[in-house]
Design a protein around this ligand. Structure first.
Ligand SMILES: Cc1cc2nc3c(=O)[nH]c(=O)nc-3n(C[C@H](O)[C@H](O)[C@H](O)COP(=O)(O)OP(=O)(O)OC[C@H]3O[C@@H](n4cnc5c(N)ncnc54)[C@H](O)[C@@H]3O)c2cc1C
Length: 420
């Protein structure tokens, strides 16, 4: 089966990265087709944190108000020790919004995905399901995707947003996902069921402990409590295939403080997520085929930047489409993809590397844990040295290109411009 019309762009994968990119490129006047392997578009999972480097883009897309209505804008992010519950450090998210010009937002994944899907439908993205891509090739006019069902789709450019197990990535590197031996359990609980736990829903809280951490925050205007419990699996370390099971969950959190142990029984126990990333790669483009999102840079989730990086990728691509448009409307894809590859891989490499290091810091035990706690408690809560490079706009543009700063208020841009 072949399709008759040829869109400007094909995007493989209808996750958060694929849909946000489809929306961004369609806004630039391109005809975009999304090929999704699943029978319908949707997201599995619970909450997701969207830092100012993402809400800035949602603002640019005209989607921020809707996202804020669906989510929660917390006022603080607090890190506590998971063993004794002492506060280690915090980010004042009200001040953070002042600094970066955009809020920190937490939202249900399915709400964010549905919001992006509606936005794609409004602008006329062609959305195709049951389209499992098995191979790719460059053509004289662009690139082509072959599907398991025999379908062949061609376009001027193909963006592979097909996630951690990307098929397209094999065009660029012969690698495999790297297991961290950590596993995540998730769960959402109606807040009414947590009344006895005295949880402050205006805070995103992460409890860091030996070989484990626990996160909670409110969702859907404070109706739901989102919880994530992450731990290192002894069975994974022993090479057991059947790892990350609920018995391991209970054992991992047995020695944590009351606040964490009270949350553990509310995790979903029929599904868990083994945590993989991949080593960073700096080459994401193969002719007219480019990787995006987790296909290019799947991180461990400790920086809460995976979906955000995917959204940033799409914004940068669309921005360069706007800059490399000929008078007849055609896009100089070579220039667009070169610019994309010049801006994004180094930033994402840094996020991936920092996420691994961050995970090690969170999960310390013994004396190193106590040393970490002393250092974190000494941190000035308005010290932005660790966030400027992520939440500021430098991930979207090379530092010598201030022209895109108008996406943020000038006062904040001036602060960020001096930061490396
Ligand atoms: C516990 C946990 C917490 C996280 N928290 C955060 C957070 O707070 N903030 C944040 O920014 N990120 C977070 N992340 C990371 C984030 O979820 C991912 O980085 C993000 O979802 C990646 O989006 P994507 O669109 O690139 O890939 P995916 O979400 O994996 O989407 C890929 C899509 O492609 C489709 N597909 C795959 N293969 C094919 C094929 N061959 N043909 C056609 N379609 C295909 C899939 O069905 C899917 O729809 C977290 C991750 C985890 C595990």
């Amino acid at each position: 089966m072949s399709t008759t019309s040829t869109p400007d762009v094909i995007i493989v994968g209808g996750g958060i990265g694929g849909l946000s990119t489809a929306f961004a490129l369609t806004r630039r006047g391109l005809a975009v087709r999304v090929l999704e392997q699943a029978p319908s578009f949707g997201e599995v999972g619970a909450g997701i944190q969207l830092a100012p480097n993402c809400t800035r883009i949602l603002g640019d897309y005209g989607l921020l108000d809707e996202a804020k209505e669906l989510g929660v804008v917390p006022t603080a992010m607090v890190m506590r020790d998971a063993v004794d519950a002492t506060e280690l450090t915090r980010l004042d998210l009200v001040d953070l919004e002042r600094r970066y010009g955009f809020p920190y937002l937490v939202i249900h994944r399915s709400d964010l995905h549905a919001l992006l899907l509606r936005a794609c439908q409004r602008v006329g993205v062609e959305l195709v399901t049951e389209a499992h891509a098995t191979s790719y090739e460059n053509t004289d006019a662009g690139a082509r995707v072959m599907l398991a069902n025999g379908g062949v789709h061609e376009a001027g450019v193909v963006i592979a947003a097909d996630g951690l197990h990307s098929v397209a990535r094999r065009l660029l590197v012969d690698d495999e996902p790297v297991s961290s031996a950590y596993v995540a359990y998730r769960g959402t609980v109606p807040v009414a069921e947590t009344a006895q736990r005295a949880i402050d829903l205006s805070e995103v809280v992460v409890y860091v402990g030996p070989g484990c951490h626990f996160v909670h925050y409110g969702l859907r205007g404070g109706e739901l409590l989102n919880q994530v419990a992450v731990f290192e699996s002894p069975k994974a370390l022993a090479g057991d295939e059947d790892w990350g099971t609920p018995d391991e969950l209970d054992a991992a959190f047995a020695a944590t403080c009351d606040a964490v142990r009270d949350g553990v029984p509310h995790m979903w126990r029929d599904k868990w997520w083994r945590m993989y990333d991949r080593d960073p790669i700096m080459n994401w483009v193969h002719g007219r085929i480019a990787l995006l999102g987790d296909a290019a840079h799947p991180p461990l989730q400790y920086m809460a930047q995976g979906a955000i990086m995917a959204i940033e990728d799409g914004w940068v691509l669309a921005e360069h489409v706007g800059r490399h448009r000929a008078a007849d409307g055609s896009v100089e894809w070579g220039a667009v993809l070169a610019a994309y590859e010049a801006v994004r891989p180094e930033h994402c490499r840094r996020v991936l590397a920092t996420a691994r290091a961050w995970g090690e810091l969170w999960h310390l035990d013994g004396t190193p844990r106590l040393q970490r706690n002393v250092l974190l408690k000494a941190r000035d809560i308005h010290d932005y040295a660790y966030t400027d490079w992520i939440y500021g706009p430098t991930a979207l543009v090379p530092e010598d290109e201030p022209a895109m700063y108008p996406l943020m208020p000038l006062s904040a841009a001036a602060d960020v411009a001096g930061v490396g």
